[in-house]
Design a protein around this ligand. Structure first.
Ligand code: SF4
Length: 454
């Protein structure tokens, strides 16, 4: 099998990883012979570096051969997909040649498990080691690590990578027992704990290095001595876990393991799927709502219980029709309207339609003048969403507007005629990879949730 064929198989297998937020976007290419240039060559995706830059990455698996049999994964042992395997040297060559041609700025490397977790981890690390130590590669490297590998190897991966991640897969051990019997939640969290510890130590070592370099060469920044963040992803809709369970696990990981990101990936149908998976893929909007709720947990001061309260429309699940902050506000109408000229930051962040940046601008603006309707218009917030919930100098919503039973209906999409398609989901199953669950059309929506004003 030549390198192009391997690349096409192993890049395709890697596309299910949700950690590269924009990688599901449709891109133009000239492979049909028409036009010039390709924006989406095999295995090239976009990701965001810790400093916020968007970079192109070669996103590929070392191999899609796997000893494990996770039911939701297209590369599981019992799957009938075509298999391929790169040597570490081949991945190094590909990365360097793409890098020199300016196609990519870094590498995103994952792998199925061959021989043993340690052996696989050593191969993955070998790619990063050769790139850094032999070729002095300064580009971005994201390595997916295997929780079953030894702690020393996981730590070593972080020495070469800018970002490392371990996929938690499902929020409960019960789910793992059923869908990924070789996996263990506690072991995964232990591995995350080890990485966290090393990241913290690396930060201190870097600070110390920076202080030393200040004395010798002012302004020179000390290089990172360890990966500066870890992330994970969870598959949504493969097991019975509700949104509350998924968000509780995410919240636990953010608080206990200092994760940079938890990615949510709705499982989607794949060929020759396992029969124990649900026959239908979950609505893709569920994944989008989870990203919005995740944002609210991290930046808006909400806790999981508030977003998935038992009194919510569908206890334990987020409302699919409206965003979770609006759903919360509609359940707590007695707390509104909020006076934008008086309320503190925490209260302003709870107003539907006001994002972190808008709140910041409102707080700055009101130091000089009273906030008025025109100011909200200039902030380009959704007036339809914001106005029923706020008071400004020249706008005071009628109380009965807030109490209006039809308020929710104003924001929810109109009901749709359901279509019955009995054949479509019969072959349904989840596609994922321990390091790489599903690509979905909602990746675009994910991106907007990442930066959106809720
Ligand atoms: S999820 Fe990972 S460990 Fe599980 S079958 Fe897929 S590649 Fe193997």
């Amino acid at each position: 099998m030549d390198q192009d064929q391997k690349l096409s198989i192993l890049a395709d297998a890697a596309k299910y990883d949700a950690s590269c937020a924009s990688s599901g976007a449709k891109r133009r290419d000239s492979r049909s012979g028409a036009g010039v240039g390709s924006a989406g060559g095999a295995g090239i995706c976009h990701s965001y570096t810790p400093d916020g830059r968007c970079v192109s990455l070669l996103k590929v698996l070392l191999t899609n051969v796997c000893l494990y049999d996770c039911h939701y994964c297209i590369n599981r042992r019992s799957s009938e997909v075509q298999r391929a395997r790169f040597t570490p040297e081949e991945v190094v060559d590909l990365t360097l040649s793409f890098y020199k041609r300016n196609y990519i700025e870094g590498l995103f490397l994952s792998s199925g498990i061959v021989r043993s977790a340690d052996y696989t981890m050593e191969m993955v690390i070998e790619v990063a080691r050769q790139l850094r130590d032999v070729h002095d590669f300064r580009g971005y490297i994201h390595l997916k690590t295997i929780p079953e590998a030894s702690q020393e190897l996981i730590e070593l991966a972080g020495k070469y990578a800018d970002r490392i991640s371990i996929n938690i897969e499902l929020p409960s051990q019960e789910g793992l027992d059923r869908f990924a019997p070789e996996k263990n939640l506690e072991r995964t969290q232990d591995a995350m704990g080890g990485i966290r510890q090393r990241i913290v130590e690396g930060r201190s070592e870097r600070k110390a290095g920076r202080a030393a370099s200040t004395r010798t060469a002012r302004g020179r920044q000390a290089p990172a001595v360890y990966a500066n963040g870890q992330s994970t992803q969870m598959i949504v809709g493969a097991d019975r876990s509700d949104d509350a369970a998924i968000l509780q696990r995410a919240d636990h990981l953010y608080r206990g393991y200092e994760l940079r990101r938890v990615y949510y990936s709705a499982f989607s149908p794949i060929p020759s799927s396992s029969t124990i998976l649900p026959s239908k893929a979950p609505p893709l909007v569920r994944e989008h709502r989870l990203y919005q709720a995740d944002w609210l947990l991290r930046f808006y001061g909400f806790d999981v219980g508030e977003l998935t309260a038992a009194d919510s429309l569908d206890g334990g699940h987020l409302d699919l029709d409206i965003d979770p902050k609006l759903a919360w506000a509609l359940r707590h109408r007695q707390l509104f309207p909020i006076d934008l000229n008086r309320a503190d930051r925490e209260s302003l962040l709870r107003v539907p339609g006001l994002g972190v940046r808008s709140v910041q601008r409102i707080l700055q603006l009101r130091r000089w003048q009273a906030v008025r309707y025109e100011d909200l218009r200039k902030l380009r917030v959704s007036l339809e969403k914001v106005l029923p919930f706020v008071i400004v100098a020249d706008h005071h919503p009628a109380r009965q507007g807030l109490d209006d039973e039809n308020l929710r209906a104003r924001f929810a999409p109109p009901p749709e005629q359901l279509e019955f398609d009995f054949g479509r989901h019969n072959a349904a199953a989840g596609a994922a990879l321990h390091h790489a669950p599903q690509a979905t059309e909602l990746k675009q929506a994910r991106v907007s949730a990442h930066s959106g004003e809720l």
